[in-house]
Design a protein around this ligand. Structure first.
Ligand SMILES: [Zn+2]
Length: 251
């Protein structure tokens, strides 16, 4: 099954509670709850939202705060706390808590730091921890860096951000290579959008266009992928609906 959803609340409604039925009515099957500027939802609300999402068959995931760096010893404890706070809400949802692991900085042991933090966090939550592939060359998180970690830690998965991979490779992407690498998963959680890039990789997300969605959609259908695609375009639900219609037109 291919689910397409929005990163946050569609612009036409105001709350997550309103968003879920709206998404269902428009044949969108997912939403990522954004805690990017802090975890502001109570666990009580998350529980209610989880129940509503199951009734409406809209899969929810969580995006943890941006202010996280597992590679910096001074920021690690607060980072783990932010992720676990997010995870406590995600425990009521079907999808993972999506995490930007950190920046290399001067550290030469980023890999070990992220691995250790993931082992600790996975032992403390039943939510799946999703490590996102990152778009800037300063950020830890190419798919090849993340795979050995997520394969080692139970309850940890890679989150494939196709736009980030494209930006980090300066406008190149091999969808088949990526999909092969994550084919060991029963279900893939992914992000998609257009993107602008420069010498250091990602600059900003853009409306869908580059990388090409049609090429990805063809492969997802051919492989009968079980995948959730969260649209992170600035046009949000407009582009999610566009992705949905491209997908339908290829069936
Ligand atoms: Zn992200």
């Amino acid at each position: 099954m291919i689910r397409i959803g929005t990163a946050g609340i569609p612009s036409v409604v105001k709350t997550s509670q309103e968003a879920i039925p709206w998404l269902r009515e428009h044949s969108l099957g997912a939403m990522e709850v954004e805690f990017v500027r802090g975890v502001k939802m109570s666990t009580e609300t998350a529980k209610k939202l989880g129940e509503l999402s199951k009734k409406n068959n809209v899969a929810l995931s969580v995006h943890a705060p941006y202010y996280i760096n597992l590679c910096n010893p001074e920021k690690r404890e607060a980072s783990v706390k932010r992720i676990l706070d997010s995870a406590k809400r995600a425990e009521f949802f079907d999808g993972p808590v999506v995490v930007h692991a950190g920046f290399y900085g001067k550290s030469d042991h980023c890999f070990d730091d992220v691995l250790e933090a993931c082992e600790e966090m996975a032992s403390k939550t039943s939510a799946t921890i999703g490590l996102e592939t990152m778009g800037r060359t300063s950020q830890f998180g190419t798919l090849d860096e993340l795979l050995p970690i997520v394969k080692k830690v139970d309850g940890c998965v890679p989150v494939v951000d196709f736009a980030h991979i494209y930006a980090r490779n300066f406008g190149r992407i091999d969808y088949d290579e990526i999909l092969d690498k994550v084919s060991y998963l029963k279900h893939v959680h992914a992000h998609f959008s257009g993107i602008n890039y420069g010498d250091h990789g990602e600059k900003n997300h853009e409306p869908i266009g580059h990388p090409d969605f049609t090429e990805l959609a063809k492969r997802l259908l051919k492989r009968k992928m079980d995948i959730t695609l969260i649209c992170e375009s600035p046009l949000l639900e407009k582009d999610a609906l566009k992705m949905k219609s491209i997908l339908e037109s290829l069936k």
